[in-house]
Ligand binder design. Structure first.
Ligand SMILES: Nc1ncnc2c1ncn2[C@@H]1O[C@H](COP(=O)(O)OP(=O)(O)OP(=O)(O)O)[C@@H](O)[C@H]1O
Length: 285
């Protein structure tokens, strides 16, 4: 059974359609990257999956059931958003105690370890924490919840590079021991490129990519070198992107098996470059 099944899902706000009849199936026990430009519809989709918003039309199932007002499903789901609001007088230990009650799979020892890793002060009111420390609180809850479906929506506002790396490392370590379905929405694509196993790219409320990350990584290459040699190598193939400077040409191409001529280098395209290219192609249509 898929962890998430979405068919012909449309979400209309007054005067604006955020999701246009999208279809999607997320495999269980997989780390999915939910990517897309600002306003693409990622948060809207996650809000619907977590029962915080109701679709205008279409079918939505989480673990085989509609999430809408469904306590049995929602107890298995944890949604960490960019700016989670906590009762401001709460301290960390009170938030963790509440999370322990709300989450069936809560691991208190893991939560404490993460608190130490992120150096979040436990005895300070949350309203006095820094922006990054507050983001760390969300990450602690998301990871320690071990929810069968855990969604992180840009969870690291204000989090420094060291803390973000701790998040990625702990996520991977814990996922290896306790596989679950993770949906990670982020604009820091290069940072999470090695983490995500499956990519869903949304653009303008439509799914424009839905593929395993490994397949995507092998999909295209960047070819650069003297313009004439690169042109010869690329002959007959429509480039995904092209830029020329001086006598040197750089093109992004679907992967080609032929050996390039001397002086022409062929490098894999990064996931971020692929996502940008795919999104730009969508814009041109
Ligand atoms: N309550 C609402 N009423 C009207 N329009 C909304 C509402 N919520 C979201 N939208 C619009 O729906 C579109 C999708 O928004 P959404 O928050 O899902 O995008 P996103 O992909 O999460 O973007 P970002 O990366 O900036 O967070 C946007 O154009 C947004 O303005």
């Amino acid at each position: 059974m898929s962890a998430v099944l979405v068919k012909d899902l449309t979400m209309r706000y007054r005067g604006h359609t955020a999701l246009h009849g999208i279809g999607l199936e997320l495999a269980p026990d997989t780390i999915h990257g939910l990517l897309g430009r600002n306003g693409a519809g990622k948060t809207t989709l996650m809000r619907i999956l977590t029962g915080q918003e109701f679709e205008s039309s279409g079918r939505v199932e989480v673990f085989g059931q509609p999430p809408r007002e469904n306590d049995a499903v929602l107890r298995r789901v944890c949604f960490i958003r960019e700016s989670l609001k906590y009762p401001t007088y709460f301290k960390l230990r009170e938030v963790l105690a509440a999370a322990a009650v709300a989450c069936d799979n809560w691991d208190a020892a893991f939560a404490q370890r993460l608190v130490r890793d992120f150096e979040v002060p436990s005895d300070r009111q949350l309203k006095k924490l820094s922006r990054g420390q507050l983001s760390a609180v969300g990450i602690v809850i998301g990871l320690a919840s071990r929810a069968p479906l855990t969604l992180f929506d840009e969870p690291y506002l204000g989090l420094d590079a060291v803390a973000r790396q701790i998040f990625y490392d702990r996520l991977l370590e814990d996922f290896a021991e306790h596989p679950r379905t993770i949906v990670l929405s982020t604009h820091l694509i290069d940072e999470v490129a090695d983490l995500i196993e499956h990519v869903v790219l949304i653009d303008g409320g439509r799914v424009v990519l839905d593929e395993d990350a490994d397949e995507l990584r092998g999909r295209a290459v960047s070819v650069s070198g003297p313009a004439e040699a690169v042109t010869a190598y690329a002959e007959g193939v429509a480039p995904l992107h092209r830029s020329e400077l001086g006598g040197r040409l750089k093109v992004a191409l679907p992967r080609r098996p032929e050996r390039p001529a001397d002086g022409v280098s062929v490098d894999p395209l990064s996931l971020q470059e692929l996502i940008v290219l795919t999104t730009n192609q969508g814009d041109r249509k």
